[in-house]
Design a binder for this molecule. Sequence first.
Ligand SMILES: [Fe+2]
Length: 163
Amino acid sequence: MSTVRTPAIDGLELDSVREIHAVLQQRLNSLIDLALTLKHVHWNVIGPNFIAIHEMLDEHVVEVRSMSDALAERLRVLGGEPIGTPQHLVSQRTWSDYPLGRAESDLHLHALDSVYSGIILDHREAIAAAEPDPVTEDLLISQTATLEFFQWLVRSHVAKMVP
Ligand SMILES: [Fe+2]
């Protein structure tokens, strides 16, 4: 668990800071997991749209890694201690592992759509929980917009999924 080492930010109650540490760590766990999952799909997707999906997913990976870095550094700014080790991630996971290996693109796109839905719902809950700190809230809002954009890109490869 992260701990408060210094009262790093003026104007925030210590209890609020501790709650925000927990929220940031939980979102960090999810985004590290998402980046790994996106690479897994990048390697295992097959079918006629292979190259488009393969290349699109690498763009998602770069941005999601950048998002997890921003969350971890926000944790440090708030006096916390981000944990990015694989063992900690596995111990904290509350969701099932990605279900597919080598598989057709439509199967992966539907599975990825579900992955993005779960991440976006949790990010939206985190926005509400971060309300005492508008700076963290703003960071999570902007990440949610990017995640929703990525989900739209995933859905746009499957005609019947396009919103
Ligand atoms: Fe690659």
